[in-house]
Every structure is written in C-alpha cells, then in structure tokens.
Design a protein around this ligand. Structure first.
Ligand code: LFR
Length: 481
C-alpha cells in the first residue's frame, strides 16, 4: 500500500474529538473526518479546579469505537492534548482527577520554587517561559497533600490516556518539555533539579520521541471498541501545540512565523537550536520541544479564551445564547477606534467574569471602557491582533530572522477580522489555515511512523501534503488608519 488510515484523539480545553485521517502520500491525498466530538471543561471540586479525565477517557473510547466502525482497518491511534497537567498513579490506580492549570493554587508553588532555584537559573536549564502553571510549580503546590508520597508514577494527560488504553507508562518528549523538568540542551530529564525541588525522580517514566509505538490496546479495550485485532497506540507530538506546528504549511521555516490560535495563541518560530539569551528570557519566550527535535520558540498569548470567556459571562448575565458569527460581524462594523488592553495581563487567566476584569483594566488606566458588546468584542480582537503582531516581530528580532509570512492555524484561522488585523498590525501577510492543524499533525506523524512517507521523511515533506490538501487563505496587510 502507499497509505492508509489512522485515528487521532485530539483534546482541547473546551472540546475533544476523534478524527479519522486517510493519508496517501503517493497520490498526494490527505483527508480528515471527524467521527466524534465531545465537550471538555473545568469541574470545580472541593479541592479546586480539575479536569474530568475519567469522562474524557470514556468519551475517547466511544469515539474510537465509532472510528473502528467507520474504518475497521485503522493502523494506529495517536493522542494529543494541552500541556503541563498530569495524573498521578499508584500502581494502576489513578489518584484523583488532574488539576486544571487555571486552578489558583500555583502562586505559592511559584514562590517556593524560585526561592530554591531563581528563575534565571531555571531558564538556563529548561529554556521555558514563565507560566505560573508549569508542571514544576504545580508540583510544589502538591507538597503537603501527601500525594507525592503516595504516587509511584506521574503521567501528563495524553500519556495518562495512552496508559489507560495500553497499560504502558511513558513520557512523550514534546509534552515533557513543558514540565520545566526537562533539560533544554539535551532533552533529558533533569534529575538534579527534581531532587533539588523534592520531586522523586522515580515518578517520571522513560522519555519517548514522537513516532514511537507506546503499546498495543489492552484486550478489554479492544473488545470495548469492537476491534478484532491488535492496534498500536503511537506517540505523536502529544503536546497539542507540537502537533499543530507539524501541520503549519510553512514553505520555509526560516522566514515564517506561526500562530496556533485556539484557547491560547501560541506565537513564534520553528528553530533548529534553542535561544536562551537574556533577551529571550526577558521577553518570556519559551523553547519547547518540537517533533524531530526542532525547537518551538514561542510565547503564550492569552488567545480566544478572552473572547469565549467573555461570551460565557454575557450568556450567564442574559440567560440567552450568543451567536458568535453575528457578534464578530457586528464587531467588524464598529466605526470608532477602541482602546487596546494588554492581552497578556495575568489577571485574565482565571475563569469568571472576564468583561468586568477587562473593564477594570481600562478604568485603572483612565481609558474609555467599550460601551457595547460589539465594541468590547472589537477591543478583544484588536488587542489580540496587536499582541500577535508584536510577538511575531519580537520573535524575529530575538532569533535574528526576517519574516515574510505569518501562518495562523487552529480555530482562529476562521476569524477573518483577527487574521486581517494581525496582518495589518504586523505589516506581514497572514496565511490562514488549516483549522484542524492539531489533528492533522497527529495523523501525519502516525502516517510517517507507518512508513507511508518513507521513514526518514522530513517535516517539510509532511507539510507539502498539508498545503496541497488545505490551500491557506491569504490576508494582505493594509495600511493602518
Ligand atoms: C494549548 C496549550 C499551550 C499550553 C497550554 C496549557 O492548548 O497546550 O501550548 O501552554 O495549552 O497547557
């Protein structure tokens, strides 16, 4: 054969999906079909904000059953999800539901870690931007809960699901790079740092690279999903952003920036070597691990969270559901200029009444608060576009590159106003799409592992299939008013 089908389990902060990917590099075809979609979100338990991992697992199983029904010949399964969050186990038993990274327990953890290891030292070792929810801070908040003593393994969310499916415990490297406990220079666990911070190194399983077989479905899982033969779970870029970057149709990574825009806007470049200069540290740029050892040099911008959490609040207040396309069309019509706010303000991280916090941000600076929802939405889009544009330009400066295109992938690629205003504010053309970059990256890494591309095919070979199948939509920069 020259190709075949695989299943991708792709979990985002607000929804999860199971996709069937059909790939035939010989014919130059790539098709994606959504076979299941299910909601995801935070659950507030007595102990704080959590994920419903067990529910996600159950929904993934149902979706995989649909996938097997639609395509009994799937060659493998790959799983990706958001980063940093983890499940702890003792033996085969889950020690509770994972904490959600938006839980407010992290501040004490940050202080505790930085007292022992100052941020500048951490950055030199792990190359990561400061985000208060990086796993190493979450684990400091875990001290005193007793869980670190009880647990014998710790698995990041996609690895935990792979464990439930196969029984195998691994740490996929791209996602492990977001813990803060992986060395940026050689991509190995920093056992010394774990010891300094009091985290038992034995909790962390062996690292594997994308493309590695994690294990075969457990017998009971096979019968639950109706598979009549063994199916492997293959490691992909299990950090959703790593999978998304695989599917950014960059012709030349040396002159292209990308924005993976969903709940978050991950804005940066693909590099061959990390940049951990003082300037990169001060700009809070991260060097996360990419597929094939490439570096995701990027910065987290708050993303469409600002819009979706605002809409949730307006819906709570009015008891009516809001039609997003209508709201965005009204926002595009707003004639008078709106003041920008700082889309990166850490005060916007937690769930709750976000419009009130944005209004407060304006008032504290004696700026006019937008008076209609359309104007508010316009302010959110303009502020995001501004943050995207300045972050792209900063990335170029820090890495010494001159950039000719900005790719926007993920749900944000559908937001025409955001794409156009990003192009305008950066004065660089924006190429939008594909929307389902994360699932596509997941599928392509599995397809390569099956040998359908030739085992040594480069990311560039995978990307040329993406641009053939999903021609991006181009936004030319307009001169700013
Ligand atoms: C995007 C993402 C980001 C990560 C954030 C929290 O979905 O994975 O890359 O910083 O979620 O895990």
């Amino acid at each position: 054969t020259t190709g075949g089908s695989v299943a991708a389990v792709d979990l985002g902060a607000t929804s999860g999906r199971v996709m069937l990917g059909r790939v035939d590099p010989g014919r130059g075809t790539l098709q994606l079909e959504q076979v299941a979609r299910f909601p995801n979100g935070a659950v507030r338990l007595a102990s704080g904000l959590h994920w419903d991992l067990t529910g996600l697992y159950a929904a993934a199983l149902r979706g995989l059953a649909d996938a097997v029904r639609a395509e009994p010949g799937i060659a493998s399964i790959g799983i990706d999800a958001w980063a940093v969050d983890y499940a702890m186990l003792r033996g085969d038993r889950l020690l509770g539901e994972p904490f959600h990274y938006r839980d407010e327990r992290n501040d004490a953890g940050v202080a505790a870690v930085h007292t022992r290891v100052p941020f500048a030292d951490l950055y030199r070792r792990n190359g990561l931007q400061f985000l208060p929810f990086n796993t190493l801070y979450q684990l400091a908040a875990e001290h005193g809960s007793g869980c670190l003593d009880l647990a014998d393994s710790l698995l990041l969310v996609p690895d935990a699901l792979a464990f439930l499916l196969t029984g195998a415990r691994i740490a996929e490297r791209t996602n492990a790079s977001t813990t803060g406990l992986l060395r940026v220079d050689d991509g190995q666990w920093d056992v010394e740092l774990m010891t300094e911070l009091g985290y038992p190194a034995s909790l962390f399983p062996g690292l594997v690279d994308p493309g590695t077989v994690i294990g075969s479905l457990r017998d009971s899982v096979r019968s639950e999903i109706g598979a009549d033969r063994a199916i492997d779970v293959v490691a992909v870029g299990s950090h959703d952003t790593a999978s998304a970057v695989v599917a950014v149709p960059m012709r030349d990574p040396a002159t292209a920036a990308y924005i993976s825009c969903g709940t978050w806007g991950l804005v940066g470049l693909e590099l061959r070597h990390p940049v951990t200069s003082d300037a990169a540290r001060d700009a809070n740029f991260t060097n996360e691990g990419g597929v094939d050892g490439r570096v995701r040099f990027l910065h987290n911008v708050m993303g469409l969270w600002l819009l979706s959490e605002s809409v949730r609040q307006w819906e709570r207040e009015s008891g009516q559901s809001i039609d997003l396309p209508t709201l965005l069309a009204d926002a595009a019509e707003v004639g008078e200029p709106v003041a920008l706010f700082d889309a990166n303000d850490p005060g916007f991280l937690a769930p709750g009444d976000l419009p009130a916090r944005i209004a407060e941000w304006y008032r504290a600076r004696e700026l006019a608060v937008p008076t209609t929802r359309a104007a508010f939405t316009r302010a959110i889009i303009e502020s995001l576009a501004e943050a995207f544009a300045t972050t792209v330009l900063t990335a170029g400066d820090l890495a010494g590159r001159s950039l000719e295109t900005i790719h926007i992938v993920g749900g944000g690629a559908l937001n025409a106003l955001l794409c156009q205003r990003t192009a305008d504010r950066a004065q660089i053309p924006v190429l939008a799409g594909p929307v389902e970059a994360t699932a596509i990256g997941n599928v392509l890494v599995q397809a390569r592992a099956q040998g359908w591309f030739g085992r040594d095919a480069s990311l560039e070979a995978l990307r040329s299939l993406v641009s053939a199948a999903y021609a991006p939509h181009r936004y030319e920069p307009r001169l700013e008013a």
